[in-house]
Design a binder for this molecule. Structure first.
Ligand code: HEM
Length: 406
């Protein structure tokens, strides 16, 4: 940990490998800390649970970046190269306040209800079983490659009726756009992603089906409820949000069980605990560390801290979910604990659209994996597991496990 010339703490690359230790210290200092992120951006980070819920749902913390000035220009630290992000995918509801957010969310809300998702259970089970069949006979696999990545991407592609043949390319592009990458890598990935999404929308225009994308194309053409940039951005949001996160729920959840054999034994002995166990995985090591950017349109007070106007505000969901004021002994995994109120899916109007789907996929994947195999961490114990270089995503880069049939 270093201090910048202006006096705020700079989070180093080591923060990303063990964010919990830093959060614990920050929470003790106060509910909100002024920090510089590893990639050189100055932000205010909310680390306590009560203030996190406020910042996630209070309109003083805006997401309408179209109305903001050049906040990146203002808050990048001196000497840090600026990376331009392609704006072609930015016009989606996670970057909007009401009334635009309300208009966009209404178009997709009905398609993702818990009831609709529950109807997908047999198909999710089928895809999971096929992936587990492919693991049969192998003594070691990377769990992310074998199950945690292909399951959610297959489900979201089927749900949106998107061809699966480019799913590995898609994984690379979205990974590049969401983690700390170079400008050149970002440009290349964004161009490929744009071509892919534009092609997809064109094909829905020519051959509409009864899938969600076709309905969105219809909304953009006939009712003028969605413009072209919003259409591309919505496609991007649904596809990326639909798989970059659930992979970490499955990965982090299984890792948590392997590191806590008593909890694994408990779950194996009583499968009715599975639903609550998934909530505990989301709480203790959720797929997202810091939720997406917000900013203060005007000066705002939060938990006794005054944040000036035009500052970035980030909420660390990971930290809020380990606030001892809300969850006693927060670092202890307990699959029987009361998990209500965790913020792994956010809070307020941007609460995750895909939460019912993610919960279902997490439960089916982890439950079925445990039914079929005995698992262990693979590789040298000295080879520490590496976490992704991202303040957004909290997930492993690779997850080698050894397995034997149960
Ligand atoms: C929003 C987490 C899976 C679609 C969010 C937010 C969080 C989140 C924290 C709010 C971000 C903020 O307020 O800054 C997660 C986690 C997942 C998951 C932890 C998996 C375990 C999914 C899936 C979909 C999805 C499977 C598929 C459709 C969305 C969308 C939004 C969103 C569209 C934006 C909602 C809005 O702005 O109104 N998610 N998500 N998510 N999520 Fe998820």
């Amino acid at each position: 940990m270093q201090t910048t010339e202006a006096g705020f703490e700079k989070l180093g690359a080591e923060y990303l490998q063990d964010p919990h230790a830093v959060h614990e210290r920050l929470r003790e200092v106060g509910p909100v800390s002024e920090l510089v992120l590893p990639r050189g951006l100055k932000v205010w980070v909310v680390t306590r649970h009560e203030e996190a819920r406020i910042a996630l749902s209070d309109p003083r913390f805006s997401k309408n970046f179209a109305a903001a000035g050049d906040l990146f220009g203002k808050h990048l630290q001196p000497g840090v190269a600026r990376r331009e992000f392609d704006q072609s995918f930015a016009s989606h509801m996670l970057n909007m306040d009401p009334p635009d957010h309300t208009r966009m969310r209404k178009l997709v809300n009905k398609a993702f209800t818990a009831r609709r998702m529950e109807a997908l259970r047999p198909r999710i089970q089928e895809i999971t079983d096929r992936l587990l069949d492919e693991m049969e006979g192998r003594s070691e696999v990377d769990l992310l490659d074998a199950l945690a990545f292909p399951l959610p991407i297959t489900v979201i592609c089927e749900l949106l009726d998107v061809p699966l043949d480019q799913r590995d390319d898609f994984r690379i592009w979205s990974g590049t756009l969401l983690t700390d990458s170079t400008q050149e890598e970002i440009n290349e990935a964004a161009a490929s992603m744009y071509a892919f999404l534009a092609g997809l929308i064109q094909s829905k225009r020519e051959n509409p089906g009864d899938d969600i994308f076709s309905a969105l194309v219809h909304a953009s053409e006939d009712d003028d409820r969605l413009n072209e940039a919003e259409l591309i951005s919505m496609a991007f949001l649904l596809l990326v949000a639909g798989h970059e996160t659930t992979v970490n729920l499955i990965g982090n959840g299984v890792l948590g069980l392997l590191r806590n054999p008593d909890q694994l034994a408990l779950l194996l002995a009583d499968r009715s605990l599975l639903g609550n166990a998934v909530e505990e995985f989301l709480r203790i090591d959720g797929p997202i560390n810091m939720a997406t950017f917000r900013y203060t349109a005007e000066e705002a007070e939060l938990g006794g801290v005054t944040i000036p106007a035009e500052e970035f505000v980030l909420v660390s969901l990971l930290s809020a979910n380990r606030d001892p004021e809300k969850f006693p002994e927060p670092a202890k995994m307990d699959i029987t604990r009361a998990t209500g109120g965790h913020v792994a899916f956010g809070h307020g109007i941007h609460f995750c659209l895909g939460a019912p789907l993610a919960r279902l996929e997490g439960a089916v994947a982890i439950g079925s994996l445990l039914d079929r195999f005995d698992l262990d961490l693979a590789g040298e114990p000295s080879q520490a597991l590496k976490w992704k270089d991202s303040t957004l995503l909290h997930g492993l880069e690779r997850f080698p496990i050894s397995l034997s049939p149960r």
